[in-house]
Design a binder for this molecule. Structure first.
Ligand SMILES: Nc1ncnc2c1ncn2[C@@H]1O[C@H](COP(=O)(O)OP(=O)(O)OP(=O)(O)O)[C@@H](O)[C@H]1O
Length: 259
């Protein structure tokens, strides 16, 4: 019998800030192509967990492996190159740069042309630049942002800034995309469109997606499986139906609606 290696295997990881165990003994496995939710009340440790996966923090215990390769201790840019990309709870765009340049910046971190060729402006630099620009525009078309290519990021309406963040995260060609509350602050129509878009890009780019989101109907509607964190610990995992009816989850949310 062959057992499939999960794309992401998180084995008993944890981190402590002073006396606070922000994440403790968390085990998660993601298979290639899955769309999985990560939920939990405020302060449960969800963003900290993303920070551990992306190398912002190094776990004080446990192992993180992507495709069987250990990631502990790697710098964030190395983890991006290995195939994990993310968006942030609070949008982090380069506000003064154009929409196009926001995506091109992400390409630059992976560019094939060397530092020497870019300083000397060798032909390989220009062909690399052209290729990058074409790819960036291709992404921006998918996100319906091509009418705003030369607009400063800060001038985009909020919902489009969120889409631009995802477009930028995709530019590094990730295997695993981590989305931290991508629908926060969006109206219902924008949220609905965003979820369709996430489904679309998942298939198109063969992505695995881990989604933090507070909007329960949304998480329950789009995710195949859900993990629940509370006080830094995993208290439940399962299908949306199982999570909806799990007494520990209901208790953790203390009256907040989980429907
Ligand atoms: N760098 C840090 N130093 C000290 N404490 C931290 C640090 N980062 C996070 N924490 C603490 O860890 C706990 C988990 O925070 P985290 O932001 O991961 O929760 P969350 O589940 O993402 O919450 P929310 O849904 O409100 O965004 C909180 O108590 C937070 O104050």
């Amino acid at each position: 019998m062959t057992t499939k290696t999960p794309l992401l295997k998180v084995d008993s990881i944890g981190i402590q800030f002073g006396g606070l165990k922000a994440v403790s003994d968390v085990n998660i496995e993601l298979n290639s192509g899955e769309l999985v939710g990560l939920i939990g009340p405020n302060g449960a440790g969800k963003t900290t967990f993303f920070n551990l996966l992306t190398g912002v923090y190094e776990p004080t215990e446990g192992v993180i492996a992507l495709g069987g390769e250990k990631l502990n201790g790697l710098a964030p840019y190395r983890i991006t190159r290995k195939g994990i990309s993310r968006t942030f709870q609070n949008i982090r765009l380069f506000n003064e740069l154009s929409v196009l340049d926001n995506v091109k910046v992400a390409y630059h971190s992976l560019a094939k042309h060397s530092m020497v060729s870019s300083i000397l402006r060798l032909p390989s630099f220009f062909s690399g630049e052209r290729e990058m620009e074409e790819k960036a525009i291709e992404f921006l078309e998918i996100f319906k942002l091509e009418p705003y290519l030369h607009e400063k990021a800060k001038n985009l309406p909020y919902g489009q800034q969120r889409r631009l963040e995802i477009a930028r995260a995709l530019a590094s060609n990730p295997k695993l995309l981590l989305l931290d509350e991508p629908a926060a602050g969006m109206n219902p129509q924008e949220t609905h469109d965003l979820m369709n878009l996430i489904g679309f890009i998942r298939k198109k780019f063969n992505l695995t997606v881990l989604l933090i989101e507070h909007d329960m109907p949304l998480v329950m509607g789009v995710c195949e499986r859900i993990y629940v964190l509370d006080h830094g610990q995993l208290i439940a995992q399962g299908s949306p139906e199982e999570i909806r009816n799990n007494p520990k989850v209901i208790e953790a949310y203390l009256g907040e609606e989980v429907s």
